[in-house]
Design a protein around this ligand. Structure first.
Ligand SMILES: *[C@@H]1O[C@H](CO)[C@@H](O)[C@H](O)[C@H]1NC(C)=O
Ligand SMILES: *[C@@H]1O[C@H](CO)[C@@H](O)[C@H](O)[C@H]1NC(C)=O
Ligand SMILES: *[C@@H]1O[C@H](CO)[C@@H](O)[C@H](O)[C@H]1NC(C)=O
Length: 446
């Protein structure tokens, strides 16, 4: 056995030089988006009285350590080291030019004392909390107006202990919108890497009104039945690069957003230049999602090399009447999906409204969407594309798509109010996408 493995290996090493091995070095990464910084000034949470026994509340220690970083402004910034241990704490704010470094075996764990959890103002592009009117609970780890912040380490854990919040949601006893696990607002040059995110109360990682954000080598975990535990939600943000991560949660794995109905339209801040690559995961909702809050618009999204298992929906573009906003130039390619209810869904009737003041004439626009090289097995329904009568989806290109069912007769595609083209799609898509004079849409995008 060992011998045959060895000879297989030798055989491979003999072939490797013949292949274009340089392509291995050419793997595209997010590295250029934000420079990684090495910081000479290092402090440890234990210098500020931090105790990693899982019982002591460390909120003061985090506040004092971060206040020290903010006040002294050491050249090149400061690294805050979290040694192995479990550090229970209330939510806290980060500051600019810092690295939060979790050692192997370090856990920063959120208190479950929801009564003392701080409230902050709603996001202007949402007009209210996403779940309930009024303010919202501050994210567990928060940053507003920051630059040059890194959260990294040796795959330590940031644990939201979200079950108390999920239960309040289930019992309808929440007073305000649940906290995200990590939120950066109005910030730039952010790197989040080599960290595990566990049991977020609500969305896991939420960059909003941000630019230049890299999220890579992260693991995000929450139970399959945990409500609204989206993995990563770039929201009204640009130049966001997400790669090499594993996400298994109770809601969309990655969902690109840009504000909600009349508030999002008025705020008018789009999400654009978003890259998502080499992400693997599973969820009862969507793998790669755009929306449903897209009122500021979403442009130039590339998602590629995605592996999805046990999903509700593989790829989901979703918006609604009253949203407004333009969703365009979206490319999703090289996706493998297995055991999925719906392979591809693009729909104009998804998601709720903040209130009844939304403008029914604010119709979303969806155009220039390319979905190619998709292989799905055990897919119950291959595709569903439902545009709006008064705002049909245009230039939708489907190419090289194979979405096989479980057994028995193939469930057909369903489409309405959509135009575009389809090349090499099996089972054959709806007539709206097969008219030959439109194949230009698809060939341009190669
Ligand atoms: C943390 O930031 C929020 C929002 O910027 C602010 O309202 C709050 O006062 C800050 N908390 C502390 C302890 O500085
Ligand atoms: C942390 O996890 C990533 C995968 O997400 C892995 O590539 C990396 O080697 C791990 N790092 C350490 C120090 O264990
Ligand atoms: C469309 O988006 C891609 C990223 O997926 C980008 O490279 C390209 O420049 C965009 N095209 C236009 C016309 O903006």
């Amino acid at each position: 056995m060992l011998r045959s493995l060895l000879s297989l290996f030798l055989c491979f090493s003999a072939i490797l030089p013949l292949l274009n091995v340089s392509s291995l070095a050419d793997v595209i990464t997010c590295s250029g988006t934000v420079p990684m910084r090495y910081r000479n000034d290092k402090i440890s949470i234990t210098d500020f009285g931090g105790v990693g026994d899982g019982i002591t509340l460390n909120t003061k220690a985090f506040e004092e350590a971060i206040y020290r970083i903010q006040r002294l402004r050491r050249r090149g910034g400061t690294l805050l080291y979290i040694p192995p241990g479990v550090y229970l704490t209330g939510s806290f704010n980060l500051t600019s030019r810092m690295t939060l470094y979790l050692a192997r075996g370090a856990v920063i764990r959120a208190t479950q004392d929801t009564l003392t959890w701080p409230l902050i103002a709603p996001l202007p592009s949402y007009g209210r909390g996403r779940e309930l009117p009024g303010g919202r609970y501050m994210s567990f780890i928060h940053g507003d107006g920051l630059h040059d912040v890194i959260i990294t380490g040796e795959n330590g854990t940031i644990d939201g202990q979200g079950d108390v919040w999920w239960n309040m949601w289930r019992q309808r006893s929440l007073q305000f919108t649940r906290p995200n696990l990590i939120e950066f607002m109005n910030s730039r040059n952010i790197i989040i890497s080599n960290t595990i995110f566990l049991n977020s109360p609500f969305w896991n990682i939420h960059p909003v009104y941000c630019s230049n954000v890299v999220i890579r080598y992260v693991t995000i975990l929450a139970p399959v039945d945990s409500p609204n535990t989206d993995g990563i939600d770039p929201d009204s943000s640009s130049n966001v690069c997400i790669e090499d991560s594993y996400i298994a949660t109770g809601d969309d794995l990655v969902a690109v957003k840009s504000g909600w109905d009349e508030y999002g339209i008025a705020y008018g801040r789009p999400s654009f230049d978003i890259t998502i690559r080499r992400v693997t995961g599973s969820s009862p909702f969507a793998g790669i999602a755009i929306g449903s809050e897209t009122s500021g618009g979403v442009e130039n999204v590339l998602a590629e090399n995605i592996n999805l298992y046990n999903m509700g929906i593989g790829i989901h573009l979703k918006t609604n009447i009253g949203r407004g906003g333009i969703i365009k130039n979206i490319t999703v390619s090289d996706v493998y999906m297995e055991h999925v209810r719906k392979g591809i869904k693009i729909a104009g009737d998804v998601g709720d409204h903040p209130d009844d003041k939304f403008d029914p004439n604010a119709l979303p626009v969806v155009k220039e969407v390319t979905i190619r090289n998709i292989l799905g097995v055990k897919v119950l329904q291959p595709g569903l594309i439902q545009g709006l009568k008064n705002s049909p989806f245009t230039d939708i290109c489907l190419s090289k798509i194979n979405l096989h069912g479980v057994e028995g007769p193939e469930t057909p595609w369903k489409c309405s109010d959509v135009s575009g083209a389809a090349l090499g799609v099996s089972p054959g898509p709806c007539a709206e996408l097969t008219s030959t004079h439109q194949t230009g849409t698809c060939s341009n995008s190669y």
